[in-house]
Write a protein of this length. Structure first.
Length: 89
């Protein structure tokens, strides 16, 4: 997970307008398979990814953490809200 987080950060860090880049972390799973009871459920791995991403990502890039998994209306609302805010600024 550290290797993947470093690769993601490396790609995102290449963008010129860092303030326009957002990364939203669903704290309870990145896919339906990684939610509680799923075949890829591993909260420690997800946490490792998030921690490493925060260490490697340019501080000008905003990380938003959502206390849900990726396939929920709450996560979708956060994505839409974040997207709207980025167009308003």
């Amino acid at each position: 997970m550290k290797t993947i987080a470093k690769a993601v950060a490396e790609r995102l860090n290449q963008y010129r307008n860092k303030n326009r880049v957002k990364f939203i972390i669903p704290q309870k799973g990145f896919s339906s398979l990684s939610t509680e009871g799923g075949a890829l459920y591993d909260p420690a791995a997800d946490q490792t990814f998030g921690e490493e991403l925060k260490k490697c990502l340019n501080p000008g890039i905003n990380i938003i953490e959502v206390d849900t998994h990726i396939n929920t209306p709450d996560f979708a609302r956060t994505v839409v809200k974040t997207l709207k805010e980025s167009f308003e600024s």
